[in-house]
Ligand binder design. Structure first.
Ligand code: XMP
Length: 319
């Protein structure tokens, strides 16, 4: 695609001009956006870039290993693997308000970055994979008064005290364009095609209080659900799919016994840019089979529901 090739060259030129001979640190979440940003910046300035992958304890099953493996082994990009899960989960203890969760996570990210940036000689820039929809959704709706729907933890709010300037080479792009750019940069198709994953991670898929127990159940259920979607060849037809664990336990029966376990909700949507979305029309067979698998394979869940809300009025994530 020549247009994306031209965009890439121009973006590389701009990154070099902005950064000069200074060091950049890039927050890597494992999602497509921050990965494309990192590879683009690496192409522009090589080892002046260090990536920091913050494991906030809110990642999906095996996600940390996969991301670190890909960046270290495949790309040879300098990478710090920061396991800060105790910090994040500790601070989130007892927090159930969605905005308070997002703000807590956002604040800790900044603290953690500051810590690692301080260890990198000459670091003056922080790179982020902020996209155009992130920019506008977190600012306002046009016409009306400024309303923040959700505080995106990766936009704005970067305190002056951090003393780092922002590099956001994807700020003008939509998701499909980021994928095209990723393709242009030679990222593996399997990686580019991954569903979006939000910075606050599983925190916003666990309404109410977050506990390690619930996270573990959620990870397992999500892995089964995604496996089902892949096995049925539906992954690429869906913009985003995930499980949310509900803050409610319900009564069930298994064999001769009564169960009292968590309910979960499956979510799957189609979308072009994440700004609006429709729920995905799975067949009843698919839903039934998936519910059976989750209940049989995941201890702690005894009820599965399917979320049929579109956006608007719903949002894609539950918080
Ligand atoms: P919502 O739930 O607002 O999500 O309809 C729209 C898209 O954005 C993702 N999302 C986020 N991504 N930081 C991110 O990097 C965030 O704080 C955040 N919140 C939501 C969400 O997964 C969906 O793709």
């Amino acid at each position: 695609d020549w247009t994306m090739a031209a965009y890439k060259d121009e973006a590389i030129r701009q990154i070099r001009e902005q950064v000069g001979d200074k060091q950049v640190i890039c927050g890597l979440s494992g999602g497509v956006d921050s990965s494309v940003a990192a590879v683009l910046i690496h192409e522009a300035i090589g080892d002046q870039l260090t990536c920091v992958f913050v494991d906030h304890g809110l990642l999906r099953l095996n996600e940390a290993e996969e991301v670190v493996g890909m960046f270290r082994d495949h790309y040879n990009i300098p990478l710090i693997h920061a396991d800060e899960s105790d910090l994040f989960l500790g601070e989130l203890e007892g927090v159930s308000d969605p905005e308070e969760k997002r703000k807590t996570i956002g604040r800790l990210f900044i603290d953690v970055f500051q810590k690692y940036a301080g260890e990198i000689e000459g670091a003056e820039f922080l790179a982020q994979g902020t996209l155009y929809p992130d920019v506008i959704e977190s600012v306002s709706f046009s016409g009306g008064p400024s309303v923040t729907i959700k505080s995106h933890h990766n936009v704005g709010g970067l305190p002056e005290k951090m003393g780092l300037k922002l590099v956001e080479p994807l700020r003008e792009l939509f998701k499909d364009e980021v994928r095209a750019l990723g393709h242009e940069l030679g990222l593996p198709a399997s990686f580019i095609g991954r569903h979006p994953f939000p910075g606050p991670g599983l925190a916003i898929r666990c309404p109410g209080e977050i506990t390690r127990d619930k996270l573990e159940i959620l990870r397992k259920a999500d892995a089964v659900y995604i496996d089902q979607i892949r096995k049925h060849g539906l992954y690429d037809d869906i913009w985003q799919a995930f499980v949310a664990i509900l803050p409610v336990r319900t009564v069930g029966v298994m064999g001769d016994g009564r169960t009292y376990d968590y309910a979960c909700a499956l979510r799957a949507v189609t979308s072009v840019d994440g700004m609006t979305a429709d729920y995905y029309p799975f067949s009843h067979d698919f839903l039934g089979e998936t519910a059976t698998r989750i209940i049989n394979e995941v201890k702690g869940i005894n009820r599965v529901t399917y979320d049929v809300t579109s956006k608007p009025p719903g949002t894609i994530e539950w918080e």
